[in-house]
Design a protein around this ligand. Structure first.
Ligand code: UDP
Ligand code: LCN
Length: 666
């Protein structure tokens, strides 16, 4: 399709160019729009638009001709369309973070540009006309939070906020002493347990600081590189310097040089370097209130997926980095990271009823569990993450008191995960006046179809969401533990002790509580997927796709890992329905002999080896999620084998299928 050959110049809008494009293919477009509108009011997703376009222009050559130019580009960039005959409104996202809305009249193919608000109103008309027309209806617009700080402008810069901020600050510093005063004040504010760091009040102006830096650098040049900071600490103090510059003469000199250059002739790389070296963060709080947050026996329980794995890995990596930085800063302090979650008294054999639990593989990190409480007392059982919101304010208060007690003061950074974690993090951060970081890996809007119009069930109406061009956004992609997820070709490291169990897991023919189905022809490559059994994860979609495709069934086997088999054992509404659906698909397509469905697996080391054993069969890992077709399994699979992906392609004929696949070498 025509994304590289759109004929659309950067300065042209879709509303400007679409009328001409429609005119050129008027005959076919009339047929297409008649098709889109024939079923009356509804919303259409991209794959539906494409399917209906294909039905309306059934000659492939003619269809390709029409779709090769601008119209193909517009259709491919359409995220959804809303039909209220005779009109069809398109929400088009030509580039990340850039949206255009147009309304086409299917009778005469005229095109009108419309605003976001009008588009949302139009969409709401499909679901609730009274609400859409109500002038007093609640309208939430996050645009109001979009402060006047400068924003990125290029789509390619999205997620590189730090880089942008460094450039912006560099321009602000501009080498003039008076412009550097905010930086001096910031350095003066740094302290650890009420002891000053970096500089004291003797160096309270840029001029004094600059002079002292020159003297210090000359002094350090005469010392052996590995001279410990303590050797010249007193001399430094007299000049106005405190701890934090480095652990050796060499490192202190580097930091000093870096700041001298920032003050003299600022450049973004030096500035970022200098800021990275500053001793700022010693105690961190990470919120993940919902779910069973534990280190054992929680995978497969509701609301515990990548997030638990991700946070535990993140905590280990963060501690390692903090310890290294603190050492390099020449400080002697133990950093603390506290992961805060809810305490569940009825913990079903997990440790989720334990208040404090050290994080395995770390020195100073703990999980702190605080119960959900109302005036009636403590909530004893697990509840779905959709139902926890009424408890969060009290939870924040209780958690804040505990944290202040454990840390003996405020944390330096509060991190929120997921919507609930970020809500709690915001409440606590604004109460304590501490910086908040948001991990925006999964915000619910993108996970639930049409959640903006199903607001009665899900959320209030939202006009503009976050502005991805805000420099506060930085992409820090999650990774996978390389000691667990390493390439299948790394023969020396392969965990062969798991091979008998994996063989049993894949090949035992008897159905049991643990597995259903078997693989009659073991020589075939395996298509593999592993996830919780949520609707969004779409493991049932993959199964159906496989079941329907005779050629694929002849060529490869399917192995699915996820959930329990007995729907009555699941406490999660959605999971129960998916388990039932999986059973019925296996029955409907008679998949036994070609498909193996194995209950959720919680042994990470064995799972790593499982990915590699699938790679041995020259199979593929598939992530078939309907939305958010990313996640840790994708990264784990990538680490275990060679891969290709075909994500970002529009969903086409297979209605349920979209996602990533990782093909291991052939
Ligand atoms: N996982 C597992 N056993 C299972 C299903 C999943 O160990 O039966 C692990 C998987 O290896 C990954 C995590 O759970 O580490 C799922 O993370 P992902 O980001 O893919 O999905 P999420 O559940 O967070 O949406
Ligand atoms: C949230 C999700 O939904 C997963 O897809 C991610 O793997 C997880 O967070 C960690 O980033």
């Amino acid at each position: 399709m025509a994304s590289n050959n759109s004929g659309l110049k950067r300065t042209e809008s879709i509303a400007d160019t679409m009328p001409e494009a429609l005119k050129k293919s008027r005959y076919h477009m009339k047929r297409c729009f008649a098709k889109y509108t024939e079923k009356g009011r509804r919303t259409l997703k991209l794959h539906q638009l494409m399917d209906e376009t294909a039905e309306a222009i059934d000659d492939v050559t003619e269809r390709n001709q029409v779709l090769e130019g601008l119209l193909g580009y517009i259709l491919c960039s359409t995220q959804e369309a809303v039909v209220i005959p005779p009109h069809v409104a398109f929400a088009v996202r030509p580039n990340p973070g850039s949206w255009e809305f147009v309304k086409v009249n299917s009778d005469d193919l005229t095109v009108d540009p419309i605003t976001t608000t009008d588009y949302l109103k139009f969409k709401e008309m499909v679901y609730d006309e009274n609400w859409a027309k109500d002038e007093n209806a609640l309208e939430v617009d996050f645009g109001a939070y979009d402060f006047s700080s400068p924003h990125l402008s290029l789509a390619s810069s999205i997620g590189n906020g730090l880089n942008f901020v460094s450039k912006f600050l560099t321009a602000k510093l501009s080498g003039r002493r008076e412009s550097a005063q905010p930086l001096v004040d910031y350095l003066l504010s740094l302290e650890l347990q009420e002891e000053k760091l970096m500089i004291n009040d003797n160096l309270n102006t840029a001029e004094k600081l600059q002079m002292a830096l020159i003297i210090a650098e000359v002094y350090l040049s005469a010392l052996p590189k590995d001279t410990p900071f303590q050797t010249f600490e007193l001399r430094f103090k007299e000049w106005g310097f405190e701890k934090g510059w480095g652990d050796t003469a060499e490192r202190v000199k580097e930091t000093i040089r870096s700041l001298s250059e920032v003050l003299q002739a600022p450049d973004p790389i030096n500035l970022e370097n200098f800021i990275t070296r500053l001793p700022k963060i010693f105690n961190v709080v990470i919120f993940s209130p919902h779910g069973y947050f534990g280190q054992a026996d929680v995978l497969g329980l509701p609301d515990t997926g990548g997030q638990v794995v991700y946070i535990l890995d993140q905590v280990k990596a963060l501690e390692e980095e903090m310890l290294l930085r603190i050492k390099h800063q020449g400080l002697n302090v133990k950093p603390q990271i506290i992961v805060v979650t809810r305490l569940i008294p009825e913990a079903r054999g997990t440790k989720c009823n334990q208040e404090l639990e050290p994080v395995n593989g770390t020195k100073y990190c703990n999980i702190l569990r605080v119960p959900f409480r109302t005036e009636k007392g403590i909530l004893r059982r697990w509840i779905s993450r959709f139902d926890i919101y009424p408890y969060l304010e009290t939870f924040t208060k209780d958690a804040t008191a505990k944290i202040l007690d454990i840390l003996d003061g405020k944390p330096d950074l509060i991190i929120g995960n997921y919507t609930d974690g970020n809500l709690v993090a915001s409440l606590m951060a604004s109460k304590l006046g501490v910086t908040q970081a948001t991990i925006a890996h999964a915000l619910e809007k993108t996970k639930y179809e049409d959640s903006d119009v199903k607001w009665r069930e899900l959320d209030p109406k939202v006009v503009r969401g976050i502005n991805v061009f805000d420099p506060k956004f930085n992409i820090a992609a999650p990774g996978a533990d390389q000691s667990v997820y390493f390439p299948y070709t790394d023969k020396q490291r392969r965990l062969t002790k798991f091979h008998p169990q994996i063989d049993e897991l894949l090949n035992n023919k008897e159905d049991s509580d643990e597995h259903i189905g078997y693989l009659a022809d073991k020589k075939k490559p395996i298509i593999f997927s592993m996830a919780r059994l949520d609707v969004v994860k779409n493991l049932t979609g993959l199964t159906e796709w496989y079941g329907k495709n005779k050629r694929l069934r002849d060529l490869v086997n399917l192995v699915i890992v996820g959930a329990f088999f007995d729907p009555s054992k699941s406490k999660d509404r959605e999971e129960t329905a998916e388990i039932k659906k999986m059973h019925s698909l296996m029955e409907k397509y008679q998949l036994k002999g070609q498909m193996r469905w194995k209950a959720a697996q919680s042994d990470r080391l064995r799972n790593g080896e499982l990915y590699r054993c699938i790679a041995d069969t020259k199979g593929a890992f598939v992530q078939p999620a309907l939305y958010e077709a990313f996640g840790l399994t994708v990264i784990e699979a990538m680490n275990c084998g060679w891969f290709t992906n075909f994500c970002n392609q529009p969903r086409r004929s297979s209605r349920d299928y979209c996602g990533w696949s990782f093909r291991f070498p052939h």
